[in-house]
Design a protein around this ligand. Structure first.
Ligand code: NDP
Length: 462
């Protein structure tokens, strides 16, 4: 539209913002995208990607130990942390450059600066003070770790951001929180040889997951040597002698460690963004309020991804970006679909899950059939590792629909992706029963659980 410098100005070069900018530019729109840190956003730069690389690195100690059972003699192993860090950083930089190239190839203009809203159509580029106009503005600034300023000593603690930048691997670490990041990093650092203590305020880790996954993972972590302290809260962190920190808890514990890491959720990046000036509403957590089409109360301003705090996951931000393009540039109003999102926790053992936990399903359906198998995976027979896998299907007895599928064990994340397709297609338990097993796999258990392990009627086990 004439009169504006751009058709679309995107603030934030993470998964959601980049996808929207590239798609809009490839449709011939005049697009600019501003990023204040590094293109690729949390997922690529200091989230999913480098985290998964660390997960792989942290599994080698067990691989070396397991090898003996298969006839391999492996000599003494030693981790070279700086070499791992350098390799990981190189891969992150490679991916970042692909993000830049992708944007350039699409024709979007990349702006390496913070950008702030001045009004419904106006943006200030902080690096040079330029003010530009756009017919539409898309805010996709993501979220940042909760630094917990109310905690005395919080400034002594690191978050997941700094966990990627540790120059030396600490000997010991206390991690606060019981969600995705706390659990994943507890397992990573334990696997790398760090003595890890996790402190969580609730009764069991991973509060929104199925109880069997939560208890199963907790036990596996404890058996490995990770200390998991529940129903306790760190009230103060202070510096002790010789590079050690001390975390004092509500229940009188004093935990000493080289590093204390906060993994207490992520907060939408909206501070100082000029939202008030532009008339954009935020909720009590600072997340931008949007309608079903990701539009804010200001018709020219849209927002998507973690900054809207709907579901803080990379694929969700990308999906929301694609819906935004359909809605705004293809004349096909499309609301993001947040139902049945498969997800994985890259703990060790891994969690893969889609749909409702047994508890959530019991609140919605009057009669449930629960199919549950816990077994020793084949590899563990020769490795001798005392591990089990857990598979669980939650079935609505009336419709026979599988409303939840949960896996704890190797490759659970990979399985969750495929289970996600089936559940999205409305799979019934009978479809599982008539599906041939792939033998010998662990996943075949999913199609060979013919009889319910137990039933729930009105929430009660019968
Ligand atoms: P989560 O929401 O998963 O977990 C936050 C944890 O912090 C919860 O255990 C919560 O407890 C606890 N907590 C929050 N505030 C306090 C407090 N004041 N005192 C004590 N405990 C507190 O957030 P994460 O930071 O782990 O991760 C952020 C988001 O990033 C996740 O929601 C997820 O969507 C995404 N993510 C996804 C990953 C994946 O897909 N594999 C990996 C990493 C992150 P309670 O449960 O009691 O509220």
């Amino acid at each position: 539209m004439p009169g504006f410098d751009y058709d679309l100005f995107v603030i934030g070069g993470g998964s959601g913002g980049v996808r929207a900018a590239r798609l809009a530019a490839s449709l011939g729109k005049r697009v600019a995208i501003a990023e204040e840190y590094r293109f690729g956003g949390t997922c690529v730069i200091r989230g999913c990607v480098p985290k998964k690389l660390l997960v792989y690195a942290s599994q080698y100690q067990e691989h070396f130990e397991d090898a003996a059972g298969f006839g391999w003699d492996v000599g003494p192993a030693r981790l070279d942390w700086p070499r791992l860090t350098a390799a990981r950083n190189a891969e992150v930089s490679r991916l970042e450059s692909l993000y830049r190239k992708g944007l350039d190839a699409s024709g979007a203009e990349r702006i390496e600066s913070r950008a702030e809203l001045l009004g419904p159509h106006e943006v200030r580029i902080v690096a040079d003070g330029r003010v530009v106009t756009a017919e539409r503005i898309l805010v996709a600034t993501g979220a940042a770790p909760n630094r917990h300023p109310a905690l005395p000593g919080h400034a002594l603690c690191i978050s997941s951001n700094e966990a990627f930048e540790l120059e030396t691997l600490p000997a010991s670490m206390v991690i606060l929180g019981g969600g995705y990041i706390a659990v994943e990093f507890a397992n990573i650092f334990h696997g790398l040889g760090v003595e890890v203590t996790l402190v969580y305020r609730g009764k069991e880790i991973l509060s929104r997951f199925d109880h069997d996954l939560r208890a199963g993972l907790h036990k596996a972590m404890q058996d490995k040597g990770i200390t998991v302290l529940l129903s306790d809260v760190v009230e103060e962190v202070s510096r002790a002698d010789e590079g050690q920190l001390q975390a004092r808890t509500l229940h009188g514990r004093t935990l000493t460690a080289e590093v204390v890491m906060l993994a207490l959720g992520r907060e939408p990046n909206t501070a100082g963004l000029g939202l008030e000036a532009a008339g954009v509403d935020v909720d009590e957590r600072g997340a931008i309020r949007v309608d079903g089409l990701s539009q804010t109360g200001v018709p020219s301003i849209y927002a998507l991804g973690d900054v809207t705090d709907r579901v803080q996951l990379t694929p969700v931000a990308i999906h929301e970006a694609m819906c935004f393009i359909e809605t705004v540039y293809r004349g096909n109003p499309t609301s993001p679909d947040h139902d049945l999102i498969p997800t994985a926790v890259f703990s060790q053992p891994e969690i893969g899950t889609v749909g409702l936990s047994e508890e959530a399903a019991a609140e919605r359906f009057s009669e449930l059939e629960i199919y549950r198998a816990q077994f020793r995976p084949m590899k563990a027979t020769l490795s001798g590792r005392p591990e089990t896998m857990l598979m669980k299907l939650v079935v609505d007895a009336a419709s026979r629909r599988v409303v939840g599928a949960h896996v704890l064990g190797h490759d659970a994340g990979e399985m969750a992706q495929l289970l996600g397709i089936a559940l999205k297609a409305g799979v019934r338990k009978d479809d599982f029963d008539r599906t041939m097993a792939v033998h010998p796999t662990a996943a075949e258990e999913l199609v060979t659980m013919y009889s319910p392990s137990y039933r729930l009627r009105n929430g009660q086990r019968v």
